[in-house]
Design a binder for this molecule. Structure first.
Ligand code: AMP
Length: 249
């Protein structure tokens, strides 16, 4: 069984981003870039399925600039077998990415497409859902457990107030939540070996996808500065402040 894993290059989660002066976005020049954390979980899950003998090949796919090769190489170092970079300088919006992933999943005959539940840069939480709809297959979003049984996959989902398990016929789309697994760190020999693994470069046009989006970012602004908090000495003082200063109770 082939698994396609979608890997997005995003600003590293430890970087405190600054909004650009012209409010068109955030400053990314010289910022450390990494694999989106939820995509790392998706790679780890694919590798575990391969280790269990369920998956035979893992294909890591990224849509982005030539620098996204770095994130594909990270996926290869963690255990993916080969990579596909769909190179574009255009901003990759969920619908365009979903259309490209559909093209790759169908071309490869993938039985599972694993994605992060959301990319931490734009927080869209849309790509997996759009992909499942475009492919006309089932989706298991916010997965905290994935068990393949014959020609179906059981996905346990983290929902408000509990867990829900859905059974999906293969092929299926799965998006990962935080508690699905703890991604491993790549070992040095694997980082070296990843440099020799195949990485193909394609373009959106190869999948008939026009990157022009129907979305326009109007402006990006920083959140309002919050004033510093105060420490209270007792519960009584807290209640007094909530009643008489904040007037919220
Ligand atoms: P989003 O819907 O943008 O929050 O992204 C959800 C997931 O879709 C990410 O965790 C990735 O697995 C995948 N994805 C989104 N954009 C890209 C991209 N440009 N390249 C590869 N995968 C992507």
């Amino acid at each position: 069984m082939k698994i396609v894993v979608a890997v997005k290059r995003v600003v590293d989660h430890n970087v405190k981003v600054r909004v650009k002066a012209d409010e068109t976005g955030v400053e990314l020049a010289n910022a450390k870039m990494s694999v989106n954390p939820f995509c790392e979980i998706a790679i780890e899950e694919a590798v575990r399925l391969k280790e269990k003998g369920v998956a035979s090949e893992i294909i890591a796919v990224s849509v982005g600039t030539t620098q996204a090769q770095e994130q594909i190489r990270s996926a290869l170092a963690l255990g993916a077998d080969r990579g596909i970079l769909v190179e574009t300088d255009a901003k990759a919006y969920p619908l365009q990415v979903a259309k490209i992933l559909k093209g790759i999943a169908e071309q490869e005959g993938a039985q599972i497409v694993l994605l992060g539940k959301q990319a931490i840069d734009d927080d869209n939480n849309q790509t997996g859902q759009m992909l499942a709809a475009l492919m006309g297959v089932g989706q298991g979003t916010f997965a905290s457990e994935v068990v393949v049984e014959g020609d179906k996959v059981n996905v346990t989902r983290e929902i408000d107030g509990g867990l829900q398990t859905v059974a999906l016929p293969l092929p299926a789309v799965i998006t990962t939540d935080l508690r699905l697994n703890e991604p491993r760190f790549p070992k040095l020999p694997n980082i070296m070996a990843a440099k020799k693994k195949p990485l193909e470069t394609k373009t959106p046009a190869d999948f008939g996808v026009d990157m022009t989006s129907k979305l326009e970012t109007v402006k990006v602004v920083a959140p309002k500065e919050r004033s510093a908090g105060v420490k209270v000495a007792s519960v009584d003082e807290l209640i007094d402040k909530l009643k008489n200063e904040a007037r919220v109770i």
